[in-house]
Each structure stands twice: as structure tokens, then as C-alpha cells.
Design a protein around this ligand. Structure first.
Ligand code: F6P
Length: 341
């Protein structure tokens, strides 16, 4: 079999572990040939690829990023790929394509699959917002980075009796904010799923100071926004999903808390540091398992599917199911977090 693999969309720790696993299982386990397309679907369209053998994937398990490079593809070029899906496969001699990516990549994978390309998708995203899988790799690493940041920021916040507002990634889903906020003992967590009440947040922090505490830390997802009328309104921009996207919520919230509470506040925007660096053991294992199962699915010719973690098992689910809706934080998870502020 000739198997193509590519990584598309925003990168995430664990991508290299999938690539390595695919090569091991396919080349050693089945005697296949594996080729890696550079820079996601762009490399597929531009026929930019290289052969991946055991040497090519040696030593990459613990490396962040992706040895293949990643990119986002414009819609027009994706349509072009769909129009020529079968010819492209024939020309490249591809028996299976394994795209590794988030919601956008899996949507593209589904379109290519519908157009006749033999595709098995592998989900990835630090945001953990793909509904068909219990977890995505990259999330555990990102939560670890954000938790460490919260731990570190608490000591400096205490020394200076400040409020720290830590902005973490998560445009549409607040999983990183929720779990790092809980693990790092934040005194307030703001998620995109539920507009926050600034008055309530101020009250909570003031009450903490009145108990003699010297500092407070708030963990806010980049997509969080205030309830209408609770903070001076600043219009966001509408993103490709039709959602209003707010930028700089960390900065705005820190300024507002300082003004209202009368204590110094500092914003810390963690940004892409959450996506870089070495994956945790959990993410390496999940990524490796996904790679193994994607190759097996290709050999069984189960195309149009995606690997997914369900409980402790890896299952295959239709790509259509995978991209139907985002997995957001349910209310009961938020209540659990609030009980330990
Ligand atoms: O989807 C993953 C993600 O990390 C989001 O949380 C974040 O908003 C986005 O990617 C940033 O992506 P870019 O690489 O385009 O800055």
C-alpha cells in the first residue's frame, strides 16, 4: 500500500508522534510505503512530498511541532483538490491519505473523502473541542503549560499583592481555561461558553482580599466575553464560523479589574507557548495509538472515518460525525470548578 500523511491547521504537541507511529506500523508492520506531504493540503496539491522511512522518523517522538510543516488552505484551493481528488490519487499512486488536524482539516478531509479520496482522519487540537473524541492529543500538554504558568504567576502576584489575569487559548471552547484554572487554583475562570458577569467576578475577588488574601489569579479563555452591559462593550470581529471573536480580553479584563477593585492588575497572554515544545506522556501515547489505528483502518479500507478515543479504547467514527459540532464545556463542569475558587 502507498500511504500519504499530512499535518494541517495549527500545530500541536504530538503530531510527530502520530507520524512516527504511522511509519512504524505501515512500513514495519505491513511493508507499506509512506510519503509525507509538506505544509498540509498545500503539499498535496503542489505534489511536494518526501518518502518517510524509519530513519526519517527517528528521534521525533518527543519533539513538538511537525516535521512535515503545517498550513491552512484557502477554500478555493480545497475545492480544486476535491474536483481532482481521484486523479490526484491516481497520479500519486495513493491508496490512502491520513490527514492529521483539527476541525478545519477534518472538514476538508470529509470533503475529499466525499469526492472519492480514500481518507482516514486523525484529530488533533490543543483546544480539545472535537465532539467525536473524548480527548485530542495536545490538550494535556497545553493544560500542563498553562497550569505551570498559573503556579508561577501566583508567587509573583503574592509578592506584589496583585491581580493576575492569565489569558489562555480557546476561541470557541474553554477546556484549557477550565482545566488549567482548576489545576492551577485560579480564583475565577471565564469561558467562551458562558458570558461572565464582571460585577460577580469583582465581588469574588474583593471578598478574597477582605479575608486577608494578598493576591488573586483569574484564568480567562481568549474567546471569553462579558455578559451584555457588564463591561464597556467592544465589538468583536466575526470569524469563519460566524462567531463574534473578541481580541485582547485578557488586557481589557485586567484594566477593568484594576479600575474597579483598586489593586494593581497585570495581564499575561500565554499565546502560542501553549502549543510549542515537547508533548506530555499522555499526548505521546494517545498520538501513537491514533497513528496505529489509522493505518489499520486504511488496510481494512474503512475510509471516510476518523480515529477517536472513547473511554480507554480507540474507535473509528465517521468524519461527518466528527465535524458536526464543537464540543463545548457543559454547565456542570463549570459548577465543579466554581466550587473551589
Ligand atoms: O485551534 C487551536 C488554536 O490554538 C486556538 O486555540 C487559537 O485561537 C488558534 O489556534 C491560534 O491559531 P494561529 O496559529 O492562527 O494563531
Amino acid at each position: 500500500m502507498r500511504i500519504g500523511v499530512l499535518t494541517a491547521g495549527g500545530d500541536c504537541p504530538g503530531l510527530n508522534a502520530v507520524i512516527r507511529s504511522v511509519v512504524h506500523r505501515a512500513v514495519v508492520g505491513h511493508g507499506d510505503e509512506v510519503i509525507g506531504f509538506e505544509d498540509g493540503f498545500k503539499g498535496l496539491l503542489e505534489r511536494r512530498y518526501r518518502k518517510l522511512d524509519l530513519d526519517a522518523v527517528s528521534g521525533i517522538l518527543s519533539r513538538g511541532g511537525t516535521i512535515l510543516g503545517s498550513a491552512r488552505l484557502e477554500r478555493g484551493r480545497l475545492d480544486e483538490a476535491c474536483d481532482h481528488a481521484e486523479e490526484l490519487c491516481g497520479e500519486l499512486g495513493l491508496d490512502a491519505l491520513l490527514p492529521i488536524g483539527g476541525e478545519g482539516t477534518l472538514t476538508a478531509a470529509r470533503m475529499l473523502s466525499d469526492a472519492g479520496m480514500p481518507v482516514v482522519g486523525v484529530p488533533k487540537t490543543i483546544d480539545n473541542d472535537i465532539s467525536a473524541t473524548d480527548r485530542t492529543f495536545g490538550f494535556d500538554t497545553a493544560v500542563g503549560v498553562a497550569t505551570e504558568a498559573l503556579d508561577r504567576l501566583k508567587t509573583t502576584a503574592e509578592s506584589h499583592q496583585r491581580i493576575m489575569v492569565v489569558e489562555v487559548m480557546g476561541r470557541h471552547a474553554g477546556w484549557i481555561a477550565l482545566e488549567s484554572g482548576m489545576a492551577g487554583g485560579a480564583h475565577g475562570i471565564c469561558l467562551p461558553e458562558r458570558p461572565f458577569q464582571l460585577d460577580k467576578l469583582c465581588e469574588m475577588i474583593e471578598e478574597r482580599f477582605s479575608r486577608g488574601k494578598k493576591f488573586a489569579v483569574v484564568c480567562v479563555a481568549e474567546g471569553a466575553h462579558p455578559a451584555e452591559g457588564s463591561m464597556p462593550y467592544e465589538k468583536g470581529r466575526i470569524d469563519q464560523y460566524g462567531h463574534e471573536r473578541f481580541t485582547g480580553i485578557g488586557n481589557r479584563l485586567a484594566a477593568e479589574l484594576e479600575r474597579r477593585i483598586g489593586k494593581e492588575a497585570r495581564p499575561v497572554i500565554l499565546g502560542h507557548v501553549q502549543r510549542g515544545g515537547t508533548p506530555t506522556a499522555f499526548d505521546r501515547v494517545l498520538a501513537t495509538r491514533f497513528g496505529w489505528h489509522a493505518v489499520e483502518a486504511a488496510h481494512r479500507r474503512e475510509f471516510g472515518m476518523m480515529t477517536a478515543l472513547r473511554g480507554n479504547d480507540i474507535r473509528l467514527v465517521p468524519l461527518a460525525e466528527a465535524v458536526s459540532e464543537l464540543k463545548t464545556v457543559p454547565e456542570h463542569r463549570m459548577r465543579e470548578a466554581e466550587s473551589v475558587y
